[in-house]
Design a protein around this ligand. Structure first.
Ligand code: ATP
Ligand code: MG
Length: 561
């Protein structure tokens, strides 16, 4: 696959055709239109990469527009969070930050235009009646008794709706299209509803609010959008998108193009469900590192570069699919492998006393920071006569294939020496191993000897004298089910919440070099995985998030990226 082929998809084909016949005056203008009712998630990242990516590919522009037409659920907090996340992902809307609420005056004028051309009317049916009159997929709808109100009466009622003379739900402004249309969206859809609700930007100026289908196409048109990309569930809203623009005197008619939304195994994606997890306390907030939100991923240690590579790789298509979480993790690992410094941290410490090491002595051993990046240099790691190793790197009675430490066996300590296990100390009551006594070979400094004897196991370790106590948070997937089950149980996701999605380890022992690290700093803990310093971290209590393990299940499956 060459570069051009990789970058092209059904949307770029449409755009290139449009450019060829000069449909858009040679300009390409897109937008990313989030509703500020929650934080952005990895699905939005796909839409952001698509919209900003297309604009940059064709030397066009991409606007950031908040689709804030529903006053109830929208909050300024979300606006700020969304801006932060789009920037973090690496995109820039420059001076093109818009709010649909800035167009309320224009929307209102367009509504008047529809009334005046007899293409909209005020309907006074109750919500229940409207639903009943709407019909079903197999049964046509029934016309509202108010459908033939005079233009004058409609103008008067709509004006009074705006002035606040009616209660919520008392009247509705509807487009006059076709109650028998096979497309239910075309059966006289609502344009404006009464809502005595304060809006995060317009405050109490309005008590009527436009509906999404009306506001969206007009916002696109007002901004001179050429290609309006949205997810597949809007496919059968497209006739309505076009109807409004065809029946109103607008300056341009953008083209709506639908693509498949991103779904990922082992997690939930819709903001409604994420909000439920936040409200229900199953997670600590929108930025909990288990969340598929960009804020959660950032906190966990995912990088914008890796997320963008992932979005490039999955591309855009017209059919729904579910992407394996292992693919996203593959991109995270790939990126962190290049940028994360290696350090040694023992998660479950077992004390090792090196009996023949000179008492009270310490030495500094040279350690490479990142074998993938020479520029990362080296650091000094202190070594002394008492160290910690990982408890599961020792077995009292090991099987033959166990190449780590066991009575009488010799292993290599990374960057340090060979040690041999001589004696075990146990808790007399529980029988648990509490300490190991070992000897070291002074001729093996740096990890090899002149006699070239073969040592199979290499362990990470930390000097007990210099160790820093750290907290480590191990994350697992939010859902405990696999991809096959995923689609079917979407709605029932709460039954499948993974009770072990967070495991907190305290008293882990880290080498002292991590002491100075700031939140967001990324590391590879040798043999353990990639970790990031959490925002909860304090100098006196460093806290690490496990970003991703080392095991690349995607690569193992033989699916090459
Ligand atoms: P959710 O269902 O998660 O609440 P939404 O579609 O309601 O998402 P919006 O804020 O309305 O969220 O979405 C902003 C843009 O992001 C829209 O163009 C929408 O189509 C797109 N988008 C949302 N979710 C996904 C997804 N999973 N994959 C790709 N694009 C998405
Ligand atoms: Mg939405």
């Amino acid at each position: 696959m060459d570069m051009n082929e990789k970058d092209s998809n059904f949307i770029t084909e449409i755009i290139e055709k449009d450019l060829k016949v000069n449909n858009t005056d040679g300009k390409i203008v897109t937008r990313f239109p989030p509703e500020p009712n929650g934080y952005l998630h990895i699905g939005h990242a796909k839409a952001i990469c698509l919209n900003f990516g297309i604009a940059s590919k064709y030397n066009g522009r991409c606007n950031l527009r908040f689709d804030d037409t529903n006053p109830e659920k929208e909050e300024a907090e979300y606006v700020e969070a969304i801006k932060r996340d789009v920037k973090w992902l690496g995109f820039d809307w420059e001076d093109r930050l818009y709010f649909a609420s800035d167009y309320y005056e224009e929307f209102y004028k367009y509504a008047l235009e529809l009334i005046k051309t007899d293409k909209a009317y005020v309907c006074s049916l109750s919500a229940g009646q409207i639903k009943e009159y709407r019909g079903t997929l197999t049964r046509p709808g029934k016309e509202s008794p108010n459908r033939n109100r005079s233009i004058e009466e409609n103008l008067d009622l709509f004006e009074r709706m705006k002035r606040g003379e009616f209660k919520d739900g008392e009247h509705l402004l509807r487009a006059k299209i076709d109650m028998a249309s096979p497309n239910i969206n075309m059966r006289d859809p609502a344009i404006y509803r009464i809502k005595h609700e304060s809006h995060h930007r317009t405050k109490d100026k309005w008590c009527i609010y436009p509906l999404y289908d009306f506001a969206h196409c007009l916002s696109d048109s007002l901004e001179g959008i050429t290609h309006s990309m949205c997810t597949l569930e809007f496919e059968n809203h497209r006739p309505l998108y076009d109807w409004f623009l065809d029946n109103l005197n607008t300056k341009c008619h953008p083209q709506q193009i639908e693509f498949a939304r991103l779904n990922i195994t082992r997690t939930v994606m819709s903001k409604r469900k994420l909000q439920e997890l936040v409200d229900g306390g199953q997670v600590s907030g929108w930025d909990d590192p288990r969340m598929p939100t960009l804020a959660g991923m950032r906190r966990r240690g995912y990088t914008p570069e890796a997320i963008r590579s992932f979005c490039d790789r999955i591309g855009v298509a017209k059919t729904e699919s579910v992407i394996d979480m292992a693919l996203l993790e593959h991109f995270i690992r790939d990126d962190l492998n290049r940028r994360a410094d290696r350090v040694m941290v023992v998660l479950d410490p077992l004390k090792v006393i090196i009996d023949n090491y000179p008492k009270g002595e310490t030495e500094e051993l040279e350690a490479i920071n990142n074998p993938e990046d020479n520029a990362a240099g080296t650091r000094k790691v202190p070594f002394s006569g008492v160290i910690y190793i990982e408890r599961n790197d020792f077995m009292e009675d090991p099987p033959k294939k166990f190449f780590r430490l066991a009575p009488g066996r010799e292993v290599r300590l990374k960057h340090a020496y060979y040690i041999k296990c001589k004696e075990i100390t146990k808790d007399p009551k529980t029988g648990e191993v509490t300490e190991l006594h070992c000897s070291y070979d002074p001729n093996s400094r740096g990890g090899s000897t002149e006699d070239g004897r073969k040592i199979r196991g290499t362990l990470h370790w930390v000097s007990a004298t210099y160790a820093v106590d750290v907290e480590v948070r191990l994350y697992d997937y939010l859902l405990s089910i696999d991809e096959a089950a995923k689609v079917a149980v979407e709605e029932d996701y709460k039954k499948y919440l993974n009770p072990d999605s967070l495991k907190i380890l305290k008293g882990c022992k880290a080498e002292p070099s991590v002491k100075k690290a700031e939140a967001g700093r990324l590391y590879q803990f040798l043999r353990q995985g990639y970790f990031s310093i959490d925002t909860d971290s304090e100098p006196a209590n460093p806290v690490f998030n496990r970003t991703v393990t080392l095991k690349d299940t995607w690569a193992k499956m033989g699916k090459k990226s």
